[in-house]
Ligand binder design. Structure first.
Ligand code: OFO
Length: 183
């Protein structure tokens, strides 16, 4: 598409969000690898699925930018921060990440509203809805680890939690299809 229908400001914001989704995918990938290294294959499986999901989000934004005739800039993805130090810390990081991402999406939604770019505003509603589900999932993980003992969770409780997340591995391919009852 040769005719650009995005303002410079929105195009920059969408490109930035696209990189954030790619970054999120790398973050979840690193947490999944950390979980697997520590023997939590259920948690790793859940996080690997989520990493794939974040990459899909990135692709969705990339396609939209191209469909509107603007330039999609694929740039370097920052390295993920440090590995979690515990399952509790891992789930806290996931929760914080999702809240940060919701706030970041809201900023772009507001920009689209101010510019009266209804196409972009409408496109972003999918992400607004998706973030509700992602925050619910992150909350679900926090509830589970809190029940298991939070930072002091160990042994049986962690084993059970890991099994719970592993059990559903074949039922849900992508995190976007997951629900709080079927993570
Ligand atoms: Fe892309 O939804 Fe989570 O961060």
């Amino acid at each position: 598409m040769k005719t650009n229908r995005l303002s410079e400001k929105l195009s920059a914001a969408l490109n930035e969000q696209m990189t954030k989704e790619a970054h999120a995918s790398q973050i979840y990938l690193s947490y999944a690898a950390w979980a697997d290294n520590n023997g939590f294959s259920g948690i790793a499986n859940f996080l690997f699925r989520h990493a794939a999901e974040e990459r899909n989000h990135m692709m969705k934004i990339l396609e939209y930018i191209l469909n509107r005739g603007a330039k999609a800039k694929v740039i370097a993805i920052p390295a993920p921060a440090n590995d979690p130090i515990s399952v509790n810390n891992c789930f806290e990081k996931v929760f914080k990440h999702e809240i940060d991402n919701t706030n970041s999406i809201y900023k772009v939604v507001k920009m689209a509203l101010v510019e009266e770019d209804w196409a972009t505003w409408n496109f972003l509603q999918w992400f607004v809805k998706e973030q509700i589900e992602e925050e619910n999932l992150a909350n679900y993980l926090m509830d589970k680890i809190t029940l298991a003992g939070g930072e002091n969770a160990k042994g049986d409780a962690l084993y059970q939690l890991d099994k719970d997340l592993e059990k559903t591995s074949g039922e849900v391919k992508l995190a976007q299809d997951a629900t709080t009852t079927n993570p």
